[in-house]
Design a protein around this ligand. Structure first.
Ligand SMILES: *Cc1c(COP(=O)(O)O)cnc(C)c1O
Length: 365
C-alpha cells in the first residue's frame, strides 16, 4: 500500500471525460485546449494530448509548461504581460491573446507577425461566486466596448470570451452566446477564430451534447470562425482523489477524526469557496467531522457518514481532487506534501512524484 497522503489520478476515469471531448471536437469542429491553470499535472499529458488540441495558459510559466509537455497548439494569455516576459512568450506560443487594448498596443511591435487576439468581456456570466465571476462589476478581464475593439481589429485575428463558470445549463450557455452575438456579431465576422473559454460543464452527466455541438457548429459557420473551447474542470472532473489516513479520533460533542492532510494546504480551493470536500459515497450511521492536521482552527474537510466507527490507521478518500487542487497545494504548516500517483490504464498504480523536506526547504530561503 502506498504511503498517504497522495493524490491519485485515475486514467480510466480521465478517459471518460476525454472521450466526450473527442466527440465534441468531431461533431462540432471546435478545437479543445486544456486550461493549465485548472490542472497542470503533466504526468498524464501523454494521454490527454491524444484527445485535445493543445493548451492555454495564464502566465509565462504555464505557457512554457504547455509548450514542453503537451503536443499541439499553445495559446498565450495573461492578464498582464511584463516587458521582460515578451520575448520568451513570443518564442513559446502559437497564438497570443491580449487582455486589453493597452497591452496589445504596448506589445504591437514585439509581437508583429504572430497570431494575435483580444479578450472580450461580454458582461454576462453564469457564476454564483463573485470571486470567480469574470463579468463582476469593474472587472479587469477583457475589453467590452465594441467601438474601441473595432478600432484595433486590423491588428488581431481572433477573440477570446471566457464568461462561463461551472455552467452545466446548456440553455444558459446558449442564451449567453446569443448575447455575445447581439453585441459583437458585426466584429465576429471580421475575425477567423473565436475561443469561447472554459467553464462549460459539458462532460457532466446528462449534458445535451448534440445540442451543444450543433450550437458550436452553427456559430462557427455563421461567422466563418474556428471555434476553440478551453476546458479546465470539464477535462479532469471526477478523475482524481486525495488519499489520506486517520491519525487521531476524539469526541468533542461531535465525533472528530484528524487525517494526515490539510484542506488549507492540499484542497485550498474548497476553503476559498467554503465548500465541503466530497467523500466516496457512504451512508452508514457513524458521522464524523473530518479535520486536517494543520493548526488552522477551521481546517475541516467536512462531515461524513461511515458504516463503522473510524479508527486510527483507516484510509479515507476524498473524490474529485483534480481541478484547482494540485495546482494550489502549498507548504502551510510544513504539512507533508501529498505524493502524486497515477492509476494507469492497465490498473497498475505508479507514484510519479514524491515531495521531501528538501522541497519544503527550497520553497523558501
Ligand atoms: C479559468 C479559465 C479556463 C478554464 O475554466 P474551467 O472552469 O476550469 O473550465 C479557460 N479559459 C480561461 C481564459 C480561464 O480563465
Amino acid at each position: 500500500m502506498l504511503k498517504t497522503p497522495y493524490y491519485l489520478i485515475d486514467k480510466q476515469k480521465l478517459l471518460c471525460n476525454l472521450e466526450i471531448i473527442r466527440t465534441v471536437r468531431e461533431q462540432s469542429g471546435a478545437k479543445a485546449l486544456l486550461a493549465l491553470k485548472c490542472f497542470a499535472t503533466w504526468s498524464v499529458f501523454d494521454l490527454m494530448q491524444e484527445y485535445m488540441d493543445g493548451t492555454t495558459s495564464s502566465s509565462l510559466f504555464e505557457l512554457k509548461l504547455g509548450r514542453q509537455k503537451f503536443a499541439g497548439e499553445t495559446h498565450a494569455y495573461s492578464v498582464a504581460w511584463a516587458d521582460d516576459e515578451i520575448d520568451e512568450m513570443v518564442e513559446n506560443c502559437d497564438k497570443i491573446i491580449f487582455n486589453t487594448i493597452g497591452q496589445l498596443q504596448r506589445y504591437a511591435a514585439a509581437t508583429e507577425g504572430k497570431i494575435r487576439g483580444l479578450r472580450v468581456n461580454p458582461q454576462v456570466s453564469s457564476s454564483e461566486f463573485i470571486i470567480a465571476d469574470p463579468a463582476r462589476p469593474f472587472s479587469r478581464l477583457g475589453e467590452w466596448d465594441a467601438s474601441k475593439i473595432e478600432a484595433v481589429i486590423e491588428q488581431i485575428s481572433g477573440f477570446m470570451f471566457h464568461n462561463n463558470c461551472e455552467n452545466s445549463d446548456f440553455a444558459l450557455f446558449d442564451q449567453m452566446l446569443n448575447t455575445i452575438e447581439e453585441r459583437f456579431g458585426h466584429l465576429l465576422h471580421k475575425v477567423s477564430w473565436v475561443s469561447l473559454g472554459g467553464g462549460i460543464h459539458f462532460t457532466g452527466e446528462g449534458y445535451p451534447l448534440d445540442k451543444f455541438c450543433a450550437r458550436l457548429k452553427q456559430f462557427s459557420e455563421q461567422y466563418g470562425v474556428q471555434v476553440y473551447l478551453e476546458p479546465g474542470e470539464a477535462a479532469i472532473t471526477l478523475s482524481s482523489s486525495l488519499e489520506v489516513t486517520v491519525l487521531d479520533t476524539l469526541f468533542n460533542g461531535k465525533n472528530l477524526a484528524v487525517v494526515d492532510s490539510s484542506i488549507e494546504a492540499h484542497m485550498l480551493d474548497l476553503l476559498i469557496y467554503r465548500q465541503d470536500a466530497k467523500m466516496a459515497p457512504c451512508d452508514g450511521e457513524h458521522r464524523y467531522m473530518v479535520c486536517g492536521k494543520s493548526c488552522l482552527a477551521g481546517d475541516i474537510f467536512g462531515e461524513f457518514n461511515f458504516d463503522r466507527p473510524l479508527a486510527i490507521g483507516d484510509r479515507l478518500s476524498f473524490i474529485d481532487a483534480a481541478g484547482y487542487t494540485m495546482v494550489k497545494k502549498n507548504w502551510f504548516n510544513g504539512v507533508k506534501m501529498p505524493a502524486i500517483a497515477v492509476r494507469q490504464l492497465d490498473g497498475s498504480v505508479e507514484v510519479v512524484r514524491e515531495f521531501t523536506f528538501n522541497d519544503y526547504l527550497s520553497s523558501l530561503s
